[in-house]
Design a protein around this ligand. Structure first.
Ligand code: PSU
Ligand code: MN
Length: 311
């Protein structure tokens, strides 16, 4: 093993480092969605266009990943391309961080790990598609995404379209309540939690917010009270990009298929997403990309408000 002697093991790009040092708004982005969530080449197109959208909306994007074992915050275009094309990329959640570094692997960061890297770098806001959560049948399999516990220990706000509808959303919400994690959904009072592909999961959101300033204020008070936890800001996919409830039958079939094939652990989410993509004739991929873009715009707005509250 090489001794690096570095006390700060994360490679933060100069642009992101400068932005953080001068209190400019920064939005972190994950990379499991690139390496395991979406097919090539749509994954690379999505990643680059989300970065551009964040810039167009006044913030600096910071895509996170492991390159040859080095945790990176802020990738350049060719690094994004490389990650999107590569066949052997580890899916890195909290459990996988140190082993990925020790073995010098390339890795896509899940929500949990992107939060870890964002916090180390000093980034407060992060945008993605959908949360990991409590899987259907978790009362037997005990499959609960490490994303959920990360919110209980890492102070980063995630803007997303709710827990993936391949999950048990009701149990996911219960788990987050137990862990003391705020979930607030954009929209008027009474707007339900979105279900990733669908605008309304049918599950009540504990809170709602109407403006990016309100979201930033919650982040601010959470910091002030040293809660040391993250927040989940859900943005329902707009009706024109959301799928209708017929996608639920496709999801149910994919969950059954995974069960019959014995797919488990970290492989189940990528399996379900790619099966739903195939069975929906690519429609789910299109929707997924569109709501990540929508979430990135909201995240840039929140990051700007957070910066101005600090300034
Ligand atoms: N959102 C997407 N596509 C994805 C994911 C999120 O639109 O592929 C990834 C995230 O990285 C999330 C992970 O953290 O799936 C959850 O995996 P698991 O259920 O194994 O914890
Ligand atoms: Mn799992």
């Amino acid at each position: 093993m090489q001794k690096s002697g570095l006390s700060f093991p994360v490679r933060v790009s100069p642009e992101v480092r400068d932005a953080i040092a001068s209190n400019k708004p920064v939005v972190a982005l994950e990379s499991t969605i690139i390496s395991h969530g979406l097919p090539f080449p749509q994954n690379v197109d999505m990643a680059l266009s989300v970065e551009k959208l964040i810039r167009d909306n006044g913030a600096i994007p910071a895509t996170c990943a492991f390159l040859d074992g080095v945790p990176c915050v802020g990738l350049n275009e060719s690094e994004v391309q490389q990650l999107g094309e590569a066949q052997k990329v580890n899916k890195v959640s909290r459990r996988d961080v140190a082993v990925t570094m020790a073995n010098g692997l390339n890795g896509g960061t899940t929500i949990a790990t992107t939060m870890i890297l964002a916090e180390l770098a000093g980034i407060k806001v992060f945008a993605t598609g959908g949360l990991g959560g409590v899987h259907r049948g978790a009362e037997i399999t005990m499959d609960i995404s490490a994303d959920l516990d990360e919110f209980a220990r890492t102070a980063v706000a995630v803007v997303c379209s709710g827990p993936k509808s391949i999950l048990d959303i009701e149990k996911t919400m219960e788990y987050l309540e137990t862990k003391g994690v705020l979930v607030s959904t954009m929209g008027k009072e009474g707007t339900n939690v979105p279900g990733f592909f669908v605008t309304d999961s049918g599950i009540k959101s504990p809170y709602n917010f109407q403006s990016v300033a309100q979201a930033a204020s919650i982040i601010h008070y959470s910091e002030l009270m040293r809660l040391n936890s993250g927040q989940i800001f859900c943005v329902p996919p707009p009706a024109e990009i959301a799928l209708d409830n017929s996608i639920n039958a496709v999801i149910d079939a994919a969950v059954k298929e995974a069960l019959s094939l014995g797919i488990k652990g970290k492989d189940i989410t990528p399996f379900l997403l790619s099966t739903v993509a195939k069975k929906s004739g690519g429609k789910s991929v299109k929707t997924n990309i569109e709501f990540v873009k929508n979430n990135a715009i909201v995240a840039a707005g929140i990051a700007k408000e957070v910066a101005s509250l600090r300034g």
